[in-house]
Design a protein around this ligand. Structure first.
Ligand code: FE2
Ligand code: FE2
Length: 310
């Protein structure tokens, strides 16, 4: 089973196109990031890179395409529409699993979670019963053959100014635990996917204002319920923490597909007899295509954490 994992695409609009009235909200902070901190320039080629990514999927031929959030910059409907147009074919397909990131739910009034569900509803489809009681299945699960299950957990919520932290919450944590104990999942190798990371590349926990507030609780649930690999985005520079490096569960951050400040890459994760074989594909601007990144840090077999519970 082969999974293509990408994250943090960040479709946006030109800074001059922001309506003035929106600059008085948290979107003003987003506008400052795009202009003063020159973030817009980092994502100016987003449509071109996404085009190359879509062509590359035809080469990689994954069984599942996994997305872990941040389609947009400040959750404007126009940004969602640009993403929806770029991912027109992927939105119709049933082999894509995806959850929103914090930029997709940037301000409460934008109701980005609903916009995401309206335009990318296929990505939230679940193969398992819903234990959340919410509008759409949380977590959303995909069962791949007899071997692998991918469990995707929404972790983003609208935050106050200068706060971009995530939170799962007690109810969703209970739903995650219950889902991981489902007989269909407990007998398989399990990948837990979410937007937020647990640790930075240097192994230290992420900042309170940028990380997942209940990271410890989710990690405990993952460790105790047979999760073999945690994958995420949010931190735009990709990295991998192998089994036992920080926790008994390996963690692979795909980074950003489109952020020019970093490697513009995605992960290809294939299940083997011994573990998940992780490879990296990186965008080559000259060729305008993704190519294999041989020797990328962390590209190797990630041994399974333990025998599956069956
Ligand atoms: Fe991001
Ligand atoms: Fe993010």
């Amino acid at each position: 089973m082969k999974i293509a994992h990408f994250s943090d695409v960040h479709f946006t609009r030109k800074p001059g196109e922001f309506p003035l009235r929106d600059l008085m909200s948290k979107r003003g902070m987003g506008w400052l990031n795009l202009t003063v901190r020159r973030r817009y320039k980092r994502f100016v080629a987003v449509a071109q890179v996404v085009g190359a990514f879509l062509r590359d999927l035809q080469v990689v031929k994954p069984d599942l395409i996994l997305f872990t959030g941040d389609l947009t910059a400040v959750a404007y409907p126009q940004e969602f529409e640009a993403a929806a147009e770029a991912f027109l074919d992927l939105r119709k397909r049933t082999d894509v699993l995806g959850v929103p990131g914090n930029h997709d739910v940037y301000v409460r009034k934008a109701n980005g979670e609903q916009l995401f569900a309206d335009l990318f509803g296929n990505w939230l489809r679940s193969d398992c019963p819903d234990h959340s009681g919410e509008n759409f299945p949380l977590p959303a699960v995909r069962l791949l053959g007899d071997e692998v299950a991918v469990v995707a957990v929404p972790s983003a919520r609208p935050c106050k100014l200068a706060d971009s932290s995530g939170f799962i919450g007690e109810e969703r944590l209970k739903a995650v635990e219950k889902t991981l104990k489902e007989p269909d999942i407990a007998g398989r190798r399990v990948i837990l996917a979410l937007h937020y990371g647990f640790f930075l590349e240097n192994g230290k926990p992420d900042k309170k204002s940028h990380g997942l507030r209940d990271a410890d609780e989710l990690l405990e649930v993952a460790k105790n319920n047979g999760v073999d690999l945690i994958v995420h985005g949010h931190i735009h520079e990709r990295f991998v923490h192998q089994v036992g490096e920080i926790t008994p569960v390996a963690i692979a951050n795909a980074g950003s597909l489109t952020d020019k400040k970093f490697s513009r890459s995605f992960h290809v994760i294939e299940s083997t007899d011994n573990g998940f074989d992780l490879r990296v594909r990186r965008y080559d601007e000259t060729l305008n295509q993704f190519v294999s990144w041989l020797g990328a840090p962390g590209s190797s077999v990630i041994p399974f954490a333990a025998l599956p519970i069956s």
